[in-house]
Design a protein around this ligand. Structure first.
Ligand SMILES: [Zn+2]
Length: 188
């Protein structure tokens, strides 16, 4: 049994890796599951060693709207371990992502913006397939969610060490109060 599938309408969590996006959206199907983070080798290529128990929870739902456009609604939840670029200590990076993807029929259609297509404007596109790799999609999403330069909000080492001479506080940019400006205008 998978975890975190409530609300997706699944009773049994079958680990499906491939779907037919046409059928999946036509029937409004939903799948999901938990996968070991270690399975995503492309993601882990540049990351430090992970907690072996680390899991990725994902859910995918197919939709077809009134105008026949097909969508995938993807949910991904994970907590990969990254390396802080300030203190070089490990850093857990919680990912909680919800993405809506418009299915198109060809690579060419990824780029073309048809003008009568306003409902799908600004939505990420993806090419559908009869044999679509769901876990590759999950992995792509995880990679997209990684920060370019991961950093602790406050590095653990800075909590232990004596407070170092911090950078001088940057002078706050003082904006004149709108009332002060009004007062000036009145005087003129
Ligand atoms: Zn740090």
């Amino acid at each position: 049994m998978g975890v975190g599938l409530t609300g997706v309408g699944l009773t049994a969590a079958v680990q499906v890796q491939y779907i037919d996006t046409y059928e999946f959206t036509q029937l409004g199907q939903a799948i999901g599951g938990d996968v070991a983070l270690a399975q995503f080798t492309r993601l882990l290529d540049d990351l430090p060693e992970q907690d072996s128990a680390s899991q990725v929870t994902w859910a995918l739902k197919g939709e077809r709207d009134m105008s026949g456009q097909r969508f995938l609604q993807l949910h991904v939840h994970a907590s990969p371990r990254l390396t802080c670029q300030r203190c070089l200590a490990p850093l857990e990076w919680p990912i909680q992502s919800d993405t809506r993807l418009l299915l198109v029929n060809s690579e060419a259609a990824l780029e073309v913006d048809s003008p009568d297509d306003e409902s799908a404007e600004g939505i990420e596109r993806i090419v559908g397939a009869r044999r679509f790799d769901v876990l590759a999609l999950v992995e792509d999403e995880l990679i997209l969610c990684l920060p370019y330069v991961p950093k602790h909000e406050v590095c653990p080492s800075s909590l232990v060490a004596l407070p170092e001479q911090d950078e001088p506080p940057t002078e706050e940019h003082v904006r004149p109060s709108p009332f002060a400006v009004l007062g000036k205008l009145k005087k003129d």
